[in-house]
Design a protein around this ligand. Structure first.
Ligand code: ARG
Ligand code: ZN
Length: 877
């Protein structure tokens, strides 16, 4: 096999021909679906005449082809693995093709496939070429008219984009529906769904009085699980009108839930297709986290109707144009509808753990990559989450009003077009008058910038001198890094008063909370008239996606944890304090020295637990120790066992020292109120469950009894799952086994609950985890063909069960590699994603490095999909 070749941004050219209208007819059949396509084509005005027509097409069997009504001879065109080429075409013409495809055998879940008997599609990024021959690139935008022909019994429901315009019955008893989408769109936004689905319907009246029908289509047994998604959709529609002035533009908006889906969901015009895990909720089957995830994803896909569909990407290098902006929009929406401080803490906590690791590994890439082999490998935390952080910085730099003007200008100027990241940033610059030239480097430079900060207070002159130095470590293919424009939001907290001090910089009064701008490698900021010796609170709200180093003492951190006016940095001070203590314990573990708990951490926790509680959700976050993955991120060399031992030691020490306090919090936050996914209830449940986790860390009789009782009470899935996880992760198999068995039997019929049942077992720290994964892979509810199952079992094991995945006999690595090799044939996109933990081998000791690399080499020796090839080649480069 020849090595797959990369595509380069610098090679971009407009297409030779564009499509003005696309007419599709599907005759559905599991193994032999016929797709007729009539394309109205014309030469692109910016391209020369006489160019060949090149259409993408993969896994298609061509049945007929005609140009302007004249059937083509074999000599008139060339067919390859990648598509179809017609050397000679007129300036303007009609192309008719008919192909056959097999949705039933499509395990890659791209293009047209069947999921639990339902036909559905996933075309982003390059799935449409598995449906018909087409210029499958986002800068070709056409109106679509789609006719679906299906069996009236097996496929009573036939859906596509836009509005239904005709339906009827054919002579042979089959029925058909024709859909028309008046909005020109790229092929990646095409969708169809056909099968026996039931709908829940509602309505929304837009700001200008347009009546929109809202429909959520699910399998019959899930009709009682759509309320939350529907309520979220309506809230999101309203929010986008109020916040961005964006109104929906069709008479119908549909969401369909399918069981087999590679990602969370897809924003196809008027017909969003969702992973059922991202739509379905019920108090008995979904946790608070799942409810919040559903709300966020429903909003995200809806927001794409403007940031993505009305204005789309010129090419896939611009993916973050729609994804970064849309993630930013959905994060703000969720912050507005739930607890804003907690949303930020959770987003940042996840970001610093997972995106920082991506930025530090062999697959690091800029928000706008300049080359790729397989675009599906670039649906990453960098494109999505770092992209969102960069948009957030723009909002903060410009201020909301100018940012909103920039956004209006962008939607206005580029409506119906396929554009670039520059187009977006230019609108922001134009609307605000800001020079964003240097800021653009955020898009082209990979890696996480690090800021070394240090400060000095002069008692005589009352000056505080803050020095900030930035550097971005080299990443693969990018050795030299330029300084970035980094907004640092800060306050100076007086050590006497505990208050934010007034800040004066260069004679200008900044107030008590302000943003300073680091643009050079190194800058000094001299604050004058600083009333008392301060501790700086830096990077408030995580004002830039960077690592900040400041030589805080533990006393400083304990002080900030109590006094910082910025809730986010109060939480962060607690995390930093815990990390310092963990560092000592990790060293002690490695050196075989007795571990001693840092009393400053215990004292800080006691203060948190006993002071007046304003926001229970924030408190729950503050009482949560940094995860093993985040601790690992801070270490020069990752010692998984020492990290696990140190963190367990801290949990147990805190539980022993503060048992009564945790008990009091647990008991004070019990509630029998009927379940509602409301912020107050969620906050109370998280706080209670954090307390229960500590009580279970020492496994005393009371903790065990509480966990068992919470499981037995069966009040809602959040509490049941938490209690079950604690039991299963405890040493008490006598309690865990019956609970696990009962739960597994009760929910055997519900795939989304079984996913949770799989995950909580394979993340347990006990030594039998690898064997349990293998055992559960044989379970009737497991299937390698279902991405949710793969994530729940193998993904959860490899990324969340660090001590067992990194077992020194290499069995964890081997297991993952075996699955990757098998999935490489079935579903390359999922296979490539699953490798991630193995690609991080440089971070571990030599013995583990060797074992991990050996597994990567073993994968590399296989005949590989471009997806897996690209990741493995980078990991071994
Ligand atoms: N645009 C979708 C979303 O973020 C994701 C589509 C991902 N497609 C893929 N093949 N990975 O909402
Ligand atoms: Zn998206």
């Amino acid at each position: 096999m020849s090595e797959p070749q990369p595509v380069y941004l610098s090679d971009y050219q407009p297409p030779a021909y564009r499509v003005t209208h696309t007419q599709l007819t599907f005759e559905l059949d599991p193994a032999a679906t016929r797709v007729k396509a009539r394309l109205l084509l014309e030469r692109h005005p910016e391209r020369e005449t006489g160019l060949p027509l090149e259409l993408d097409g993969e896994h298609l069997s061509l049945k007929s082809i005609a140009l302007d009504g004249r059937p083509l001879e074999a000599a008139d065109y060339e067919l390859t693995e990648q598509g179809l080429r017609i050397p000679q075409v007129p300036e303007r013409f009609v192309l008719d093709t008919e192909v056959e495809i097999s949705p039933r055998d499509n395990t890659a879940l791209q293009g047209l496939y069947q999921s639990s008997g339902i036909y559905c599609t996933q075309c982003e990024a390059e799935g449409f070429r598995r449906i018909t021959f087409y210029p499958d690139r986002p800068d070709v935008m056409a109106t679509f008219s789609t006719t679906l022909i299906g069996d009236a019994t097996a496929e009573p429901v036939l859906l596509s984009n836009g509005n239904p315009v005709e339906k009827g019955t054919l002579d042979d008893g089959r029925h058909f529906v024709t859909w028309e989408d008046p909005h020109p769109k790229p092929s990646y936004l095409f969708a169809l769904v056909a099968g026996d689905l039931k709908k829940v319907a509602d309505r929304f009246t837009t700001m200008h009085g347009r009546e929109v029908s809202l429909e959520i289509w699910v399998e019959e047994e899930n009709l009682d699980k759509t309320d939350h998604a529907m309520a979220s959709l309506k809230r999101a529609m309203k929010w986008d009108e109020e916040t961005y002035g964006r109104e929906y533009d069709l008479d119908l908006f549909m969401i369909v839930a399918v069981n087999d889906f590679n990602m969370g969901a897809m924003e196809n015009k008027g017909l969003n297709i969702f992973n059922s895990a991202a739509v379905l909720t019920h108090p008995k089957t979904a946790t608070d986290v799942a409810y919040q995830r559903v709300e966020g994803i429903v909003a995200h896909e809806y927001f794409h109707n403007w940031s993505g569909n009305r204005v789309t990407c010129r090419d896939w290098f611009q993916l973050s144009l729609k994804e970064g902006f849309t993630v930013f929009r959905d994060q703000c929406y969720s912050a507005d509808t739930n607890s804003a401080p907690v949303k930020r803490i959770q987003d940042v906590s996840f970001f610093r753990t997972a995106q920082f690791a991506e930025d530090a590994g062999p697959t690091a890439h800029p928000i706008r990559p300049d080359h790729y082999i397989e675009i599906t490998n670039f649906y990453t935390l960098t494109i999505y989450e770092k992209g969102s952080e960069v948009v957030r910085m723009l909002r903060n730099l410009l201020g909301w009003e100018a940012f909103r003007r920039g956004s209006d200008l962008y939607f206005d100027r580029f409506d119906g077009q396929a554009v670039t990241i520059e187009d977006f940033v230019d609108c922001m610059a134009e609307a605000s008058g800001e020079d964003l030239t240097r800021f653009m480097r955020w898009y082209s430079q990979a890696g996480t910038p690090e800021i070394d900060a240090h400060g000095e207070y002069d008692y005589v002159t009352s000056e505080y001198r803050l020095t900030l130095r930035q550097r971005t470590p080299a990443t693969p293919g990018q050795q030299d890094k330029q300084p970035l424009h980094i907004p640092v939001r800060l306050g100076l907290v007086g050590t006497k008063s505990g208050r934010d001090l007034n800040m004066t910089l260069g004679g200008e009064t900044l107030g008590r909370d302000a943003v300073i701008h680091l643009r050079e490698d190194e800058q000094e900021f001299l604050f004058t008239d600083v009333a008392e010796s301060p501790i700086p609170s830096l990077l408030r709200h995580f004002s830039a996606p960077v690592k900040l180093h400041f030589p805080y003492s533990r006393e400083d951190l304990a002080f900030l944890l109590q006094h910082d006016s910025d809730g986010f940095n109060r939480w962060d001070a607690g995390q930093r304090l815990a990390l310092l203590a963990l560092d000592d314990l990790i060293a002690a573990h490695r050196n075989g020295v007795e571990k001693v708990m840092d009393s400053r951490v215990t004292d800080a926790f006691r203060t948190l637990l006993t002071s007046r509680i304003d926001d229970k959700a924030v408190l729950a976050e503050m009482l949560t120790l940094p995860s093993e993955a985040y601790i690992a991120e801070q270490q020069p060399l990752v010692d998984v066992d020492a990290i696990h031992a140190a963190r367990e030691f801290v949990r147990q020490s805190l539980a022993l020292a503060l048992r009564d306090e945790f008990l009091a919090v647990f008991e004070a936050n019990q509630s029998d109120a009927p379940y509602a996914p409301e912020p107050e209830q969620i906050a109370q449940r998280s706080l209670k469950n954090v307390a229960l986790s500590y009580l279970m860390a020492i496994e005393d009789e009371q903790g065990l009894a509480f966990a068992q009782a919470q499981f037995d009470a069966d009040h809602n899935m959040t509490d049941v799952r938490h209690a079950l996880t604690l039991l299963v992760h405890s040493s008490r198999d006598d309690l865990a086994s019956p609970a696990l068995k009962a739960f597994g039997e009760t929910w055997a019929h519900d795939p989304l609950v079984m996913d949770q049942w799989f995950s909580l077992q394979v993340t347990r720290p006990q030594e039998d985890a690898v064997e349990r994964v293998k055992f559960l892979m044989q379970h009737p509810a497991f299937s390698l063909k279902n991405p949710n199952k793969v994530r729940a079992l193998i993904g959860a094991f490899a990324s969340q069960n660090r001590v067992n995945f990194h077992r020194l006999d290499g069995e964890g690595y081997k297991l993952l590699a075996d699955v990757v090799i098998e999935l490489n044939r079935l579903n390359p996109e999922i296979a490539a994603r699953l490798i991630t933990p193995l690609t991080r081998w440089q971070r571990f000791d030599e013995q583990r490095q060797a074992l991990m690399k050996a597994e990567l080499e073993r994968i590399k020796a296989e005949p590989l999909s471009p997806n897996v090839y690209e990741v493995v080649a980078k990991a071994l480069a």
